[in-house]
Ligand binder design. Structure first.
Ligand SMILES: *Cc1c(COP(=O)(O)O)cnc(C)c1O
Length: 479
């Protein structure tokens, strides 16, 4: 496919009119020495040609609207279109972020109500909506934890414990806050090894960051014992809520003993997020940490008016401009209201779907942790690797059948990992189709691995020579 520059025909798509010359009289305001001499080099096409160009690009993109997207840990569920309609309502989309409180009561009310709903869902005492992603929520939460210990004068608490199955953003966020990372090993059942954890505890430990269910899709059964141990040690517990889709309404991080939680609204609460954003990573905390949250917190006055409260003297400050990604907040709020107590059903279906696929595939592929899973599970392509096709080859072969590949090579503690998360949105027919394709691929690898290695065959870019790409990288685009 050509770039839009290569498609340029010299046709002028826009008539700028007579006023244009005035606007362009830049030499009147900018010194001549700073002005561009040549043409700016913008592509020139008609409006229709521009539209076709972007449609062609869009058609190459894989999205949930095009097919099954079992990308583990990412919760690629259906995002109801009514959310888009609501987020684009003029009263929301045209509101200026600096508009006075009395002029933006609707938006403030929505944020206030969303804070309340998320408090209820997580069991936390206060919520900030400001962080723009899960990782950003982690950073915010760790800053809160750091400030809490500074405030208490416990400057000795410099370490954060993180399980070896954790998402890479966890150690990165803690490190960015200046903490030292201590890894805790998982046991043979894929859970935090409590005996090992005990040996790591002393008064230098500020917190543990946990994901539950963890990235293996396994529920940490000893979480209550762990929270007890941590609290007795004077440490706090951080809950990475990226896997919240597994537990909505069944339990919550407060019941498990966590002090700080982030949610990924774009995952669990249905905002399109395949292309990398925008997202929202609200952070909830227990009462004793509330005063450290970023400002402003949206509050309700005694007279029923909603206000932005900037008066938190111990706040970590702002972590993002204005109030976070407001459009994502609208979508999440709409989704929560629409679902109501069915959120609980969504989690149940997500867990059922994952267990269904796991049971059907576990003979053909290795299943390193053969346990009931939550909303996702991790296979290993080790057997197939020995037969000549690695996990990467399996992922590419799936693309030929219009499936987005699962997450691969993560979590790091599983060799040739294939991490599958179907979500609640898919029908049994879709799941069966995927299972059949996975079984077919396993058989193909047994019988004729060389053929499988020729995939992908249906994508705009076919198999690339990775060795050549690494040895002779060609980093400049040429026609
Ligand atoms: C997605 C994810 C994150 C990071 O969230 P972003 O919104 O992508 O920044 C952190 N932890 C886990 C377990 C995740 O799956």
């Amino acid at each position: 496919m050509k770039t839009i520059f290569e498609k340029s025909t010299g046709v002028c798509g826009v008539e700028l009119g007579d006023d244009y010359s005035d606007v362009c009289a830049l030499e009147n305001v900018i010194p001549k020495s700073l002005l561009r001499e040549g043409s700016i080099g913008l592509p020139q096409l008609s409006e229709l040609e521009v539209m076709r160009h972007y449609k062609e690009l869009s058609d190459r993109n894989f999205c949930i609207e095009k097919g099954f997207y079992p990308l583990g840990s990412c919760t690629m569920k259906y995002n109801p279109k009514v959310n888009e309609f609501l987020a684009s309502l003029e009263g929301f989309s045209n509101l200026h972020p600096l508009q006075a409180d009395e002029d933006s009561q609707g938006a403030l009310e929505l944020m206030y109500n969303l804070q309340e709903k998320l408090q209820y869902i997580t069991g936390m005492d206060a919520v900030t909506l400001q962080p723009a992603a899960g990782a950003h929520g982690e950073l915010t939460g760790m800053m809160v934890i750091k400030k809490y210990f500074e405030d208490k004068g416990e400057l000795n608490r410099t370490k954060v414990i993180i399980p070896d199955s954790a998402h890479g953003t966890n150690p990165a966020s803690a490190k960015m806050c200046g903490f030292d990372i201590v890894e805790v090993k998982s046991n043979e059942r894929g859970q935090v090894d409590v005996e090992v954890l005990k040996t790591l505890l002393d008064d230098s430990v500020a917190a543990i960051m946990m994901t539950n269910p963890n990235t293996l899709g396994i529920f940490e059964e000893q979480v209550l014992e762990i929270s007890d141990l941590m609290h007795k040690n004077g440490s706090l517990l951080y809950y990475d809520g990226a896997n919240f889709n597994a537990i909505m309404g069944w339990t919550n991080p407060a019941l498990m003993g966590f002090d700080v939680v982030h949610l990924n609204l774009h995952k669990t609460f249905a905002t399109p997020h395949g292309g990398g954003g925008p997202g929202a990573g609200p952070v909830g905390v227990v009462a004793k940490l509330k005063e450290y949250l970023p400002v402003p917190i949206i509050e309700k006055n005694k007279d029923g008016k909603y206000i932005r409260n900037y008066n938190l003297p111990k706040s970590i400050g702002k972590v993002r401009s204005f109030y976070g990604n407001f459009g994502v907040l609208v979508r999440a709020y709409a989704y929560i209201l629409m679902m109501g107590t069915n959120l609980k059903l969504a989690s149940a279906d997500a867990v059922l779907n994952a267990n269904y696929i796991k049971e059907k595939l576990k003979g053909a592929y290795d299943l390193p942790y053969d346990e009931p899973c939550m909303h996702e599970f991790v296979l290993s392509g080790e057997k197939q690797h020995h037969q000549g096709v690695s996990t990467l080859g399996i992922a590419k072969r799936l693309m030929d059948s219009n499936y987005h590949p699962p997450t691969v090579y993560f979590p790091l503690i599983v060799h040739e990992a294939i991490m599958i998360e179907p979500t609640e949105s898919e029908s049994k027919e879709v799941l069966d189709g995927f299972i059949e394709t996975m079984l077919k691929i396993a058989k193909e690898i047994e019988e004729n691995p060389a053929e499988v290695l020729k995939s992908p065959r249906t994508t705009p870019i076919k198999k690339v020579d990775e060795t050549l790409a690494a040895r002779q990288p060609n980093l400049v685009y040429k026609d």
